[in-house]
Design a protein around this ligand. Structure first.
Ligand code: OOB
Length: 543
């Protein structure tokens, strides 16, 4: 194993007592564990369909019962309160049953994504000290049992491999069952889940989300989206990601008494038939997938008329695409700027269309606190670009076992440093202007990747754009624009792109040194454009 010094520190940094009291007094934190919430929802909506996954349909009562049976089985297996359990499941009913069962055992699911591979899974298993993992046998052509076995051989805490599907030499998830009995006490102020950070630099970190804060996250999000029992939410993005899980996602729609439909993939060929069959009303996508949906909708034979709201977030949504979404899909658009760490910002139904197209909304909670600071930690002029710092009733106070990193990522008074560059408009709406670190240092001049990308997207032959730094002996870094072509204009050429940028008044030093046209851009585990992967591809020796 690696001998690199490990960042350690507390597993969980609670809110100061005074803040916690305020969040309770204000009615945000209601003192219910996620497992108890499901029980209450089952008492309220017992016979209503809670979950649809393939041909399986589960009522609230059935989901509640399955969670109890699995929880009893997990306790019998020796899963103890506080134990971490790695969960790597695709969007199926099992995902929801496992999530609720683990939280009922007071165990903490570590919510990894199906696209994570050995380096992430081994790191997360080690960091969390997981005692078990729950994986599918195979998914999307990948052997998850093999990966789990490899990780278990390296991480000594990992004692159990539970498999949804054919268990091979391991334990079948569906054999873990026992008569429901007494469950351990769960403290709603303790972590309910560990989310994986979406950070683009370094190894992923773990984000403790408490029952109290996560329940508020989902409930308040459901209110902003106006979710009710008639709503059918399509979990199209991987359900372990905060967006489809709790913004409002699976947890929000169940809390509202509606139905969640688990989609095996977010692509139109898989999702459109589900929208038609289940009369889906709401779903959430990342921008590259929203683009595909918009393009395919025109030709799709499926009836998408049940859709009333498409949420788009996770990366900057180009304003032009934003304007095309409502007419193409026949539904309202909502921009969502969020992070696994907490803070969520939503455009609201009452916002004017241009505000929805050009801003990333305003914070979810009246008690979200926002600071926009310059490099020295001084507030910028109103309306100017600065780094976003935030604290509030559902934003973490510390990453899991990361004392060294936490010292940098939080102010002494508990603000989380997001690394995002934003502008705060007088209306309270936020406009995301890029990442603090996403700049190319071209011979001492700083080129903002996000700013150049916005200009590139105005070129008629450019469909998608990602600006990355490439190493260069003379200048240190070169500006490389990687784009996909917008039909029917044909592939753009560097010469034309530069002329276009000059026409827009962009300084010469901001112009790309190289233009690479690709068929498609590589994506992260949740489907955002992956610059890390792009740079790897562009700098790897050919062949
Ligand atoms: C969501 O969460 P993460 O943890 O995968 O990624 C968070 C980061 C943000 O810090 C920001 O850099 C970027 O993703 N981001 C956006 C954005 N939404 C997220 N950048 C520009 N515009 C947006 N609308 O991605 C996430 C979590 C919950 C809801 C929605 C997204």
């Amino acid at each position: 194993m690696t001998a690199a010094p490990r960042d350690t520190g507390p597993a969980f940094t609670p809110w100061p007592a005074e803040d916690a009291r305020r969040h309770r007094d204000r009615g945000h934190w209601r003192g219910a564990a996620l497992g108890d919430l499901l029980r209450a929802w089952a008492a309220r909506s017992g016979e209503h369909t809670a979950l649809v996954s393939g041909d399986l349909r589960l009522t609230y009562a059935e989901l509640d019962r399955r969670a109890d049976v699995l929880a009893a089985g997990l306790l019998a297996l020796g899963i103890a309160p506080g134990d971490r359990v790695l969960v790597q499941l695709p969007n199926t009913a099992d995902f929801a049953v496992v999530l609720f069962a683990l939280t009922r055992c007071a165990a903490i699911p570590v919510l990894t994504l199906p696209a994570h591979r050995r380096s992430e899974i081994a790191h997360l298993a080690e960091l969390s000290g997981a005692v078990a993992c729950v994986v599918p046998d195979r998914h999307a052509g990948f052997d998850h049992r093999g990966l789990a076995a490899e990780v278990a051989a390296r991480v000594p805490t990992l004692r159990h491999i539970l498999v949804a599907g054919d268990p091979g030499p391991f334990t079948a998830l569906h054999d873990i069952a026992a008569d429901p009995g007494p469950l351990p006490a769960v403290n709603p102020a303790d972590p309910a889940v560990l989310l994986v950070s979406g950070g683009t630099t370094g190894k992923p970190k773990l984000i403790p989300r408490t029952h109290d804060d996560y329940a508020y996250n989902a409930r308040a999000s459901a209110e902003v989206c106006g979710l009710g029992p008639q709503d059918v939410y399509l979990a199209a993005l991987p359900a372990a990601h905060n967006f489809p899980l709790a913004c409002p996602g699976l947890l929000g729609v169940l809390g509202a008494g509606g139905t969640a439909v688990m989609a095996p993939a977010p692509s139109p060929d898989v999702a459109f038939p589900l929208v038609e069959r289940e009369r889906v009303t709401v779903t959430a996508l990342v921008p590259p997938m929203a683009r595909l949906w918009t393009e395919y909708a025109e030709w799709a034979p499926e009836d998408l008329s049940s859709l009333r709201l498409l949420q788009v977030g996770g990366a900057k949504l180009d304003a032009d695409l934003a304007r095309r979404i409502p007419p193409a899909l026949g539904c309202a658009l909502q921009q969502v700027f969020g992070m696994a760490e907490g803070l969520l910002s939503y455009t609201r139904p009452e916002d004017p269309p241009e505000t929805v197209a050009t801003t990333q909304g305003r914070p979810l909670s009246p008690d979200d606190e926002i600071r926009v600071l310059d490099r020295d930690g001084v507030p910028v002029e109103p309306g100017a670009v600065g780094e976003l710092w935030t604290r509030g009733p559902y934003t973490l106070r510390g990453y899991y076992r990361a004392a060294r990193h936490n010292a940098d990522a939080f102010s002494p008074d508990g603000y989380y440093r997001t690394g995002d560059l934003v502008r705060l408009l007088p209306t309270g709406h936020l406009v995301v202007e890029g990442r603090v670190k996403d700049v190319v240092n071209r011979g001492g001049e700083n080129v903002s990747a996000a700013e150049l990308e916005e200009h590139l997207l105005t070129h008629p032959a450019v469909a998608q754009a990602a600006v990355v730094a490439l190493p260069d002996e003379t200048l240190g870094e070169l500006v490389c624009a990687v784009v996909t072509a917008a039909p029917p204009a044909g592939p753009p050429r560097l010469k034309d792109v530069k002329a276009h940028l000059a026409e827009r008044g962009l300084a010469d030093f901001m112009h790309p040194d190289r233009l690479v046209v690709l068929e498609s851009l590589p994506l992260t585990a949740v489907g955002k454009i992956s610059k890390r992967e792009l740079v790897l591809r562009l700098t790897e020796p050919a062949g």
